[in-house]
Design a protein around this ligand. Structure first.
Ligand code: SF4
Length: 388
């Protein structure tokens, strides 16, 4: 065993991890509270290396929010608007096709599409949207919709959940997004997202999608009113569903952003908390292949460090981002592919461009000196959404 770990107070847990023994919730609680953050990070990094070696990935993708109109008013949300608000928006399918074509010129492999629960768009808008975007390029992977949007579409279409998902799959949906998981425990969920789908419904949407042969990611919004025990309960639920279906491609912990919403949080997650959460998640979710350090929420500098604390993915170029930006995160514009590659190299890893399913598209040799083509953030393409 690693000498640093051998000498640390985590030596017994390190032996467990080394033997491939699954960690219990009490083990994860100890890891969360250890004062030795570096030992925790080292242990998570070893677990990560056993999964993926020295590779770390990113995706060349583009976000599109088709609308921010939403019939719900989740307390933590800074993104949603009502029709009476002056800064709501909705995109036509033609506008989305244009964005897709522009982004294809940048080499994207994925469109990541979510929106609010729109009060009046019919189910046909969503299936037509998927078909139209696939027609732009049949190789473009469409990662769309959160679980709560799927339930909204089930209500709109008056179809049962499996039929809604099957219709979306038939229209071209490749992957569900992981958004909307927040924290599963009911008291926390009621405090931050009252009216949203329940934890059981979130899990059922992903279970049903996996049973149809689909894959998806999953998330956890941390650093608001929840406790560490709430986070571990959340991770345990995800781990159990992954045992059952194996359908999750990766886990994405999302640090809470505190601005422009109805929750009074004076101490949003610190860098220490974020690294600790990423490391514990890597160790506890032993049946997940990939864990993303989401640069939009963490900032690029911390996301880069997280690659040494158990994360193996930086997520993507994105092009434009609204949801975290409107909640106070820096950025809002995309990240240049070159910046993602540089960050991965600086972390001592081999950069791999991946697709939606974390499959390699391109592997950069560690010693390759030149950066990939688009060295400017790609967000310069898009200025039409004043809310960004
Ligand atoms: S989090 Fe999603 S469902 Fe909740 S108000 Fe915001 S857009 Fe609507």
């Amino acid at each position: 065993m690693d000498f640093i770990l051998q000498q640390s107070e985590l030596a017994d847990l390190a032996r467990k991890v080394e033997a491939g023994t699954r960690l219990e919730t009490e083990d994860a609680l100890r890891l969360y509270h250890t004062p030795d953050l570096n030992a925790l990070g080292r242990l998570a990094a070893l677990a990560n290396e056993r999964k993926v070696g020295q590779r770390a990935s990113y995706i060349v993708n583009r976000y599109i929010n088709y609308s921010n109109y939403c019939i719900l008013s989740c307390q933590f949300c800074s993104f949603a608007r009502k029709k009476r608000d002056g800064d709501g928006f909705e995109l036509s399918i033609e506008e989305m096709e244009t964005k897709a074509r522009e982004a294809l010129a940048l080499g994207i492999t994925e469109l990541h599409i979510v929106g609010g629960l729109h009060p009046s768009l019919p189910f046909g808008y969503y299936t037509d949207m998927l078909r139209a975007l696939k027609a732009v390029d049949s190789n473009l992977q469409l990662k769309c919709f959160t679980a709560v949007e799927i339930y909204h579409l089930a209500r709109k279409s008056k179809l049962p959940l499996p039929e809604v998902l099957a219709a979306l799959k038939d229209a071209g949906l490749d992957s569900l997004t992981g958004g909307g998981a927040e924290i599963f425990r009911k008291d926390v969920r009621d405090a931050i997202a009252k009216g949203k789908e329940t934890a059981a419904q979130y899990l059922e949407a992903h279970r049903t999608w996996h049973q149809l042969g689909g894959r998806s990611t999953c998330t956890m919004l941390f650093g608001h009113v929840e406790t560490v025990e709430d986070r571990l309960d959340h991770l345990a639920e995800l781990r159990a569903l992954q045992d059952e279906t194996g359908g999750f491609t990766g886990f994405i912990p999302l640090p809470y952003q505190p601005e422009n919403n109805a929750i009074a949080v004076t101490h949003p997650p610190t860098g220490n908390d974020a690294l600790r959460t990423i490391a514990v998640s890597r160790l506890f979710l032993d049946n997940f292949d990939h864990l993303t350090a989401y640069w939009v929420g963490l900032g690029m500098k911390l996301a880069e460090v997280a690659l040494s604390y158990g994360a193996d993915d930086l997520h993507g170029t994105i092009v434009e981002e609204h949801i975290f930006k409107m909640a106070g995160a820096g950025g809002g514009r995309g990240q240049a592919e070159a910046a993602l590659v540089k960050a991965i190299r600086e972390a001592g890893k081999t950069p791999v461009q991946r697709n939606t399913f974390y499959e390699p598209v391109r592997e950069w040799e560690a010693e390759t000196p030149e950066a990939p083509g688009n060295s400017k953030p790609p967000g310069i393409l898009d200025d039409n959404l004043a809310t960004a």
